[in-house]
Ligand binder design. Structure first.
Ligand code: NAD
Length: 501
């Protein structure tokens, strides 16, 4: 198969610290693979403690002495809007790099640049229109909230949709007036370097944005433990989140955690089945299934179960798997051979845990690259590992249910609680069932379509805190309460009465 390679690949990927691209202090690098050939296409600087120290020092200087935290919101918003313009202008370039580095289909990578731009516009709007609380106690007190940026934020991101997920953290952190050190995922460091040029052209002051590439256990770990990093916003696996939580505990850092998922899609017999099939296929097979909110467990009411499984499997077999750069491709190549091996091990396991009705291995005709045929297992019991564990690939379980109570029990029978998708035409059931689901986000008769104002986040093992909307600004800012007395305050007079001997 012809293999598309972008024309403008860098000859190496470096850190960006205090306004300059630099190599690691010790000169170390790591190889980055592209998921179609699995060959090393570039070396990236491998950051360690020394590089993190330099980046955090630059961010701290920019925070303590620079203009960014002190700028009027309108001024910051102008720069955020210019950043959005830059991101949009590089839409095609970005999508090509992202597709090449991650293996995501080009048509799905294109939307991500636009979404990243929207994030900057959204937070620009929010800080300009924002207001804070005052509390009146007539004749006695006025209390008001003085909001200020927390300081240096450490941002640690995963490899699925890297650029867009970086924007989820960069936009609110910068809008709040924080300065940042970004540690992108080591599987996909290519697009993160673009931020430096975008920010420079938009006029972001020097030192506000810093980027250190490298492995999680070295560069990421040093960032989490650095005493001058006051906040860590992390998106990634639940187990990594637990490690970061423990490492941040001694310094009591602010933590925002967007973690794994195993989200249910519940299809009742009264649903519009055509729409439910379209949506649940897209919900798990878009973004190669490497999607935290993937609806990877489909629960279907028994009376329509056989029909649903048959139609679903037929469609899954028809999904176009292939070169991520081909606009016809619906599922591309998984990000890395290690991840491919993990997904394939679940595909094999599934053959003994459920009934294979589509896929089940490498698609015919694609002998190299990390390709997995969209794989569907039916009749999967809730204690199966493929039902319980996040696979993060194009693999889905389907399980029948008889009653609403059973459906709710199955929906909640995993440790995760990120998203849920509910298909029914019964209005009352839609709401009561949604309220009973242990998930941070529920979509009724829809896949994941999110207005940027709404909170994004999970419960249980899927996360702590929320990204999105004003909640992100709450995370990156301190809310200092200032209390003003309008009248003499009653004060007990300690020590005013002479002691009687
Ligand atoms: P990962 O946890 O392996 O890595 C995420 C980031 O953490 C990477 O940058 C990595 O280098 C870094 N890291 C690893 N160990 C570290 C350590 N000890 N200290 C500091 N940093 C460390 O996750 P991944 O495989 O890159 O991403 C896939 C996971 O992300 C899936 O579980 C998926 O569900 C989750 N995810 C969640 C959301 C969400 O919003 N809830 C969104 C996207 C992805």
């Amino acid at each position: 198969m012809a293999h598309f390679v972008p024309a403008n690949l860098p000859d190496r990927i470096r850190h960006y610290i205090d306004g300059a691209f630099v190599d690691s202090v010790d000169g170390e690098t790591f190889g980055v693979l592209d998921p179609v050939s699995n060959e090393t296409y570039v070396q990236a600087a491998a950051g360690t403690q020394a590089d993190i120290d330099l980046a955090v020092a630059a961010a701290k200087r920019a925070f303590d002495d620079g203009p960014w935290p002190r700028m009027k919101n309108r001024e910051r918003a102008r720069i955020l809007n210019r950043i959005a313009d830059q991101v949009e202008a590089r839409d095609a370039e970005l999508a090509e790099l992202e597709t090449f580095d991650t293996g995501l289909p080009i048509t799905q990578a294109l939307g991500q640049a636009q979404r990243a731009a929207e994030n900057f516009r959204f937070f620009a709007d929010l800080i300009v229109a924002g207001r804070d609380d005052t509390y009146q106690v007539p004749g006695a007190q006025v209390n008001y909230v003085h909001r200020k940026p927390v300081g240096v934020a450490g941002l640690i991101t995963p490899w699925n949709t890297p650029f867009m997920l970086e924007s989820w953290k960069l936009a609110p952190a910068l809008a709040s007036g924080c300065t940042v050190v970004l540690k992108p995922a080591e599987f996909t460091p290519l697009s993160a370097s673009l931020w430096a040029g975008i920010f420079e052209e938009a006029g972001l002051p020097q030192g506000v944005f810093n980027l250190v590439n490298g492995l999680g256990e070295t560069a990421g770990d040093a960032l989490v433990k650095h005493p001058d990093v006051r906040l860590v916003s992390f998106t990634g696996e639940t187990t990594t989140g637990q490690t970061i939580f423990a490492n941040a505990a001694p310094q009591l850092k602010g933590l925002s955690m967007e973690l794994g998922g195993k989200s249910p899609a519940i299809v009742f017999a009264d649903a519009d089945l055509d729409a439910a099939i379209d949506s649940t296929l897209f919900g798990v097979f878009s973004l190669n299934g490497e999607r935290c909110t993937a609806g990877s467990r489909i629960l279907v009411e028994r009376s329509v179960y056989d029909d649903f499984v048959e139609r679903y499997a037929a469609r899954a077999k028809n999904i176009v798997v292939g070169d991520p750069h081909d606009p016809k491709t619906e599922v591309g190549a998984l990000v890395h051979p290690e991840h491919y091996a993990k997904v394939m091990s679940y595909v094999e396991l599934g053959k003994s845990e459920g009934r294979l009705v589509a896929g089940g291995g490498r698609p015919a005709g694609l002998d190299a690259g990390n390709y997995v045929a969209p794989t569907v297992f039916a009749d999967v019991p809730s204690d199966a590992r493929i039902f319980q564990e996040e696979i993060f690939g194009p693999v889905v379980c389907i399980t029948p249910f008889d009653t609403e109570a059973e459906a709710l029990e199955l929906a909640n029978a995993v440790k995760y609680g990120l998203a849920a998708y509910l298909w029914t035409s019964d209005l009352t059931r839609a709401h009561t069932f949604a309220h009973g689901i242990e998930a941070g986000m529920v979509w009724l008769n829809s896949h994941n379509v999110r207005d940027l104002r709404t909170p994004f986040g999970g419960v249980k093992a899927s996360g702590l805190g929320h990204e999105g909307g004003y909640r992100s600004l709450d995370f990156y800012t301190e809310q200092q309460a200032v209390h003003i007395s309008l009248a003499p305050v009653h004060t007990p007079k300690f020590g005013a009465t002479p002691l009687v001997e």
